[in-house]
Design a protein around this ligand. Structure first.
Ligand code: JHZ
Length: 395
């Protein structure tokens, strides 16, 4: 009998990061049913039918982690902690994207793994040792042969994108020193449920982790979490510090505190997920009603920051060109393209004072503070902001 139970259906969704060129608009886009469920045994929350990595992560990947000051600052802060606490001789990053974390370390010390070759090239061109490979046993063995064992492995927003978690940790085991440290960072399931950020689910996010699920997976691999840090990043993420079981590092009280918090909220109960699904349906109706009300008043709405997350929102709530005139985004590879599924044009960011804009819809709601700071003038001139979390509203 299957241990997996679905609790949420987000409908037919296109590839979340597949921004369309003009000549692709006439073609029928491939859609994939996005259902979310939980494994009753290990409490791992995942999408029902993950797509192959090659479809999602290849030479056309548009996402750049260096596009927000918040991320750059967060990577810098962490690198200072790492240098002070662990002082690694060799550090490896799984999912190094455009090098915004690794650039805080010496080139001699660091190795980056990034399967999307267009992005990997950026880090390589800065002189870093990078591999355009998926993280698996083969890659781990290849690096072991060339560079030897590693002191510290870091991975942000990547492990949740790899279907075979057993192989992820087997590969880490191959290359990590016995006293080595793993630091993983991913959106927190608890925060996702609390804030109704159902848009954390899209085809790239195969998993949204809880500490409970991470611990259940690690059990099979002789690893354990010794510290958990709660971060504001991406609407609430957890940073898990992990060691081999034999390593004598003391387990910090943050582990029990976070585990208890998750149990208290009900992450072990199916009921919790079912009521989340109900809130998501309500959120869809409320957001759509909000858009309809604003458009009835003939106001102009544009999207600010086109994200993988906004692909889920727009397609699930059926919000298209009729409601959002266009998106603006600082990422070159997204500009002059169209949003997946909803086909809304995306333009270069040129400030908000050029054209008449009444409302912005925050696709990049996770960078709200950064964006509000940047767009002080728009807001003080009466510009309004639409956000969908924790409940759809105008701010
Ligand atoms: P952002 C991606 O998700 C994909 P997305 C991936 N699957 C993942 O896990 C997370 O990242 C980490 C723009 N922007 O980070 C830049 C502005 O235009 O929420 C980005 O295109 N102006 C790997 O796509 C987008 O917003 C600004 O001032 O959900 C933010 O994308 C700022 C701050 C951002 O990731």
């Amino acid at each position: 009998m299957s241990k997996y139970i679905n609790f949420l259906d987000l409908g037919d969704q296109p590839l979340a990061n597949n921004y369309l060129k003009k000549n692709q608009l006439i073609k029928k886009e491939k859609k994939y049913r996005l259902k979310v469920g939980i494994n009753k045994k290990n409490k791992l929350v995942s999408i029902e039918k993950p797509l192959s990595s090659k479809i999602m992560f290849n030479q056309n990947y548009p996402y750049r982690s260096s596009m927000s000051k918040t991320m750059i600052r967060s990577f810098k802060n962490l690198s200072n902690i790492i240098k002070k606490k662990f002082n690694p001789k060799k550090i490896l990053e799984i999912g190094s994207n455009d090098g915004s974390f690794l650039k805080n370390f010496s080139k001699k010390k660091s190795i980056g793994i990034e399967p999307c070759s267009n992005v990997e090239k950026i880090t390589k061109s800065k002189g870093f040792n990078t591999y355009s490979e998926y993280w698996n046993n083969k890659t781990a063995k290849k690096i072991l042969k060339k560079s030897g064992k590693i002191d510290l492995i870091y991975s942000a927003n990547t492990i949740s994108h790899i279907q075979n978690l057993n192989e992820v940790f087997q590969s880490i085991d191959i290359i990590l020193k016995d006293n080595g440290i793993i630091i993983l960072e991913d959106p927190s399931l608890l925060e996702c449920l609390k804030r109704n950020t159902y848009d954390q689910f899209y085809n790239e996010h195969i998993y949204v982790f809880s500490l409970i699920a991470i611990e259940n997976i690690l059990k099979r691999h002789n690893f354990e979490v010794f510290h958990v840090q709660n971060l504001k990043i991406h609407g609430g993420s957890n940073r898990y510090f992990i060691k081999k079981k034999d390593n004598k590092i003391k387990i910090n009280s943050s582990v029990k505190i976070n585990r208890d918090k998750e149990i208290k909220y009900g992450l072990n109960n199916l009921k919790t997920y079912k009521s989340f699904a109900k809130r998501v349906q309500k959120s869809r109706k409320k957001l759509k009603d909000l858009f309809i009300k604003i458009k009835n008043k003939k106001k102009i709405i544009i999207g600010y920051g086109v994200t993988a997350k906004s692909t889920t929102i727009l397609n699930y709530c059926k919000i298209g060109k009729k409601y959002i005139s266009y998106f603006i985004d600082t990422t070159i590879d997204k500009q002059n393209k169209y949003t997946p599924g909803t086909k809304i044009p995306i333009f270069k960011y040129e400030g908000l004072d050029r054209k008449k804009i009444d409302y912005i819809f925050l696709g990049a709601w996770n960078f709200k503070d950064e964006i509000f700071k940047k767009e002080k003038k728009f807001i003080s001139n009466g510009g309004k902001v639409i956000i969908h979390t924790p409940v759809p509203k105008i701010i």
